[in-house]
Design a protein around this ligand. Structure first.
Ligand code: NDP
Ligand code: GDR
Length: 354
């Protein structure tokens, strides 16, 4: 008997989660199609190690140009690829940037989901093929008022940024398509998850990159904003497994994915600097430019439903996560130092102050 075809279409494949999810699905034998944005320089660094030249046989990863703001392109891709599962994890995902680009964030992160859901719905109607759909929802939809913690699937939403508002639209639209059109659509309400592949303008990676560079003598100070914000930080490699698990359920549903533990940004600094024998007080300075117009003070997730219904538990502890990221960034800084000592100019990261 032939095995059922497993074919995934992923938006956001070049991002942190996209790269881990693509690895996971390829390991499971899926044909994986990723949507990438055209860029004037290469933007596939996180997936280069799993990409094979399409001229070689046996490559199960295929990349296509597309954009969440381009409805026609998305519809064309869904019909061309004919996926069995669609993972919508592409987004303008930076909270601070969303205050600077609220309209674009609404377009890509919010309406982008509507464009993709429409493409899926129409394809199903036209062909009779069913597609399972995953939406990357976020703990930012809760707003993090201390009295709401711990946040579960039943906690009322109160987003505190244009990003959170856009994600809430995408979240409710996914629920609405499930209820209106019987679409197998699920939302993962994921709390913060990090890794050595985390973008360098998110606070954890900004800290671990600085620790590596300071230890190697390439940097002297680290400028941050609010050190008192609390986050429930997990490991991205553990969290993408959850995305897949949700789509394997008979019945679609929404799940909080979190560790159930919270730490301040200050504690993250303490651990990260402490791991290499440094005191963060000697290096970290506060720069108000990193404060947000409205802050999410306390995120602490209650992952009971995911544990009970899906049997999922996070495997990586907070200290393991911090150490994994610092160790990775120490090595990276050591390579940068070698290059600098050989006379090469290091990238300054100009224009990425977030
Ligand atoms: P990243 O910022 O690392 O990756 C975002 C991805 O989306 C990139 O591949 C990016 O492409 C792509 N993208 C951005 N704009 C568009 C667009 N207009 N059209 C198509 N693709 C686009 O995010 P993460 O991997 O960390 O997060 C994955 C998803 O999960 C996001 O939706 C995020 O909002 C959400 N989320 C993340 C959490 C976290 O803690 N990491 C927690 C909860 C939710 P490019 O590489 O070209 O920029
Ligand atoms: P967040 O992540 O906003 O939670 O969104 P981020 O790492 O950007 O901020 C976490 C907390 O750290 C504080 N902070 C700083 N943040 C940044 N980026 N830079 C700084 O210099 C700095 N100093 C302090 C912030 O104020 C905040 O309180 C992430 C994204 O991945 C979203 O896409 C996702 O939905 C949520 O996590 C869950």
């Amino acid at each position: 008997m032939s095995e059922a075809r497993q074919c995934a279409l992923i938006t956001g494949i070049t991002g942190q989660d996209g790269s881990y999810l693509a690895e996971l699905l390829l390991d499971k034998g899926y044909e994986v199609h990723g949507i990438i944005r055209r860029s004037s320089s290469f933007n596939t660094e996180r997936i280069d190690h799993i990409y094979q030249d399409p001229h070689e046989t046996g490559s199960n990863l295929k990349l296509h140009y597309g954009d969440l703001t381009d409805a026609n392109g998305l519809a064309r891709l869904v019909s061309q690829v004919s996926p069995t599962e669609v993972y919508n994890i592409g987004a303008q995902s930076h909270v601070k940037v969303s205050f600077e680009q609220p309209i674009y964030t609404g377009d890509a992160t919010g309406i982008g989901a509507a464009k993709l859901l429409e493409a899926v719905r129409e394809y199903q109607d036209d062909t009779g093929h069913t597609i399972r759909y995953y939406q990357a929802s976020t703990s930012e939809m809760f707003g993090g008022m201390p009295e709401t913690a711990p946040q579960s699937e039943d906690t009322p939403f109160h987003p505190r940024s244009p990003y959170g508002v856009a994600k809430l639209y995408a979240h409710w639209l996914t629920v609405n398509y499930r209820e209106s059109y019987n679409l197998h659509a699920s939302c993962g309400i994921l709390f913060n998850h990090e890794s050595p592949r985390r973008g360098e303008t998110f606070v954890t990676r900004k800290i671990t990159r600085a620790v590596g560079r300071i230890k190697q003598g390439l940097q002297t100070k680290l400028y941050l904003g609010n050190l008192d914000a609390k986050r429930d930080w997990g490991y991205a490699g553990d969290y993408v497994e959850q995305m897949w698990m949700m789509l394997q359920q008979e019945t679609p549903d929404d799940y909080v994915v979190a560790t159930g533990e919270t730490h301040t940004v200050r504690e993250f600094c303490e651990r990260a600097f402490g791991h290499v024998g440094l005191d963060y007080n000697d290096y970290v300075e506060i720069d108000p430019r990193y404060f947000r117009p409205a802050e999410v003070d306390l995120l602490l997730g209650d992952p009971t439903k995911a544990k009970e219904k899906l049997g999922w538990v996070p495997r990586t502890s907070f200290s393991e996560l911090v150490e994994m990221m610092v160790d990775h960034d120490l090595e990276l800084a050591a390579r940068e130092k070698t290059l600098r000592d050989a006379g090469h100019k290091l990238p300054a990261g100009i224009g990425h102050e977030n």
